[in-house]
Design a protein around this ligand. Structure first.
Ligand SMILES: [Zn+2]
Length: 458
């Protein structure tokens, strides 16, 4: 018994510890450079770890906290874990043993293409994990590992959330924004956060406004339009809070910027920032009527509903393991679908279901029970999963699906979101094993699973 308690304490201690990042980051949006001189402290005691750093950044050194000696480091690449980053570790004498000091210094530098002229830009090739210099700004998210990120290999936990005391210098910027802090005018700004947060950096030449409690960064919306977007946001958040029974965290920040490719246009979340990326003609303003200041097409709310849903599936729990995409994108899209029904009504809901059905036409879905993370295509995660969960809803009732989602959100931080968890969490939420087996047989395991799903959701 004692042993169990001690183990439990160590276990909790390890993950209660939030790494702290301090130091200076110098960037130039004209030259596409990043130079960082940082110190990591309060580093969790993890034996089997790697340190992620974007593959375009060059390590000058990993150094001891007292600034006396450099650590040796081993560098490798594992695109199953991160396509964007190289992985490093400090060998502890033996090359196989990994040493992670409680405190260390890290210094690195990198230069990236500045793509201000979209004429010579690629058609596609911008994404959340890109470090994007578009001539007017830098955009970099935690997915890019533009700052060093500690990865716990055994638990499959990416510790991208840090507390920080960081000074960002950018002589060719007018404004700097670091996620978790308010945007600030100036070319050298110190940011501090005691709340652990994933770091999104957006610095350059742009303006921002504050409407009630929401920041609008580079969106150029009229105050009336900001209010319209804020009201929709409140409506969606209230719906999620009521059904998931977990209060939404901080107020969101809306951020708009252009991509470094010709055609990419998408949205993403690094909570609490909701970023809208797209060419000028798809900027946030383009969503609104210039005359009425209302949304041109209320159906656009579905994109915001999806992104806002990532507070729960993406921040409250951070899915990992074999069903990462199912829990991260599939469930979030299912949440957006419920929002559409609630705030836009039955017709829009039916239209959305019909859209999903078109998107999965060519899909030959591998059963959830054996699919691997890298086999979960976009049409699987964004369109098939919401249909599959709608089938679950038809069988067990909507209330029970919400109960299940609440159960997932209350699960331990180190939970692996794999098929065993999919099953155990459904049963834990109050569905009998027998009912689960019936659902599993009909909609997951049988050869006709897809046909059965399509039949029941129509
Ligand atoms: Zn998403």
């Amino acid at each position: 018994m004692k042993k169990i308690i001690i183990l439990l304490l160590i276990f909790q201690f390890t993950f209660a510890q939030i790494p702290h990042l301090s130091g200076e980051i110098s960037i130039s949006i004209k030259n596409g450079t990043i130079e960082s001189n940082l110190e990591y402290s309060n580093v969790p005691k993890i034996k089997n770890y790697s340190l992620w750093l974007n593959s375009g950044l060059n390590l000058r050194y990993l150094r001891d906290a007292e600034d006396k000696f450099n650590y040796p480091n081993i560098k490798y690449y594992d695109d199953e874990k991160s396509a964007e980053a190289f992985q490093y570790y400090i060998p502890d004498g033996d090359i196989k043993i990994r040493l992670l000091p409680e405190k260390f210094k890290i210094n690195y530098v990198g230069k990236f293409p500045v793509i201000s002229d979209t004429l010579k830009a690629n058609n596609r090739g911008d994404w959340k994990g890109n470090i994007a210099f578009n001539g007017k700004s830098i955009r970099a998210t935690e997915q890019s590992a533009w700052y060093p990120i500690i990865y716990d290999i055994d638990n499959d936990v990416v510790a991208s959330k840090v507390t920080y005391d960081l000074t960002v210098n950018c002589t060719d910027c007018s404004t700097i924004y670091l996620n978790g802090s308010a945007p600030k005018k100036g070319d050298s700004v110190n940011f501090k956060s005691n709340q652990p947060i994933s770091l999104l950096l957006f610095a350059g030449i742009f303006d921002f406004t504050k409407n009630k409690n929401t920041f609008f960064i580079n969106t150029n919306l009229k105050p009336e339009q900001e209010t319209v977007l804020s009201n929709w946001t409140d409506k969606i958040i209230k719906f999620y809070e009521n059904n998931l029974r977990i209060p939404y965290g901080n107020h969101v920040t809306y951020l708009y910027t252009t991509p470094i490719s010709k055609k990419n246009a998408w949205m993403f979340v690094t909570y609490p920032t909701v970023a809208i990326i797209g060419p000028e003609k798809y900027n946030v303003k383009s969503y609104f009527s210039d005359k009425t200041n209302e949304l041109n097409d209320a159906a656009n709310i579905e994109y915001f509903a999806h992104e806002l849903g990532h507070y729960y599936f993406g921040t409250v729990i951070e899915p990992n393991s074999e069903l990462r995409w199912i829990f991260l994108e599939g469930i979030t899209e299912y949440l957006a679908l419920q929002t559409i029904k609630e705030v836009l009504g039955e017709n829009n809901y039916k239209r959305k279901i019909a859209e999903y059905l078109v998107e999965v036409k060519e899909l030959n879905p591998k059963p959830l029970s054996i699919i691997k993370n890298n086999e979960i295509s976009e049409s699987y995660r964004y369109y098939y999963v919401p249909l599959l969960l709608t089938a679950l809803e038809k069988e067990i009732g909507k209330e029970k699906v919400w109960n299940w989602l609440q159960t997932i959100l209350k699960s331990d931080k180190t939970t692996k979101t794999d098929y065993a968890f999919f099953k155990s969490s459904i049963i834990k939420s109050g569905i009998s094993e027998n009912d689960f087996l019936k659902f599993e047989t009909k909609y997951i395991l049988t050869e006709n699973a897809k046909e059965n799903v399509i039949k029941v959701v129509k």
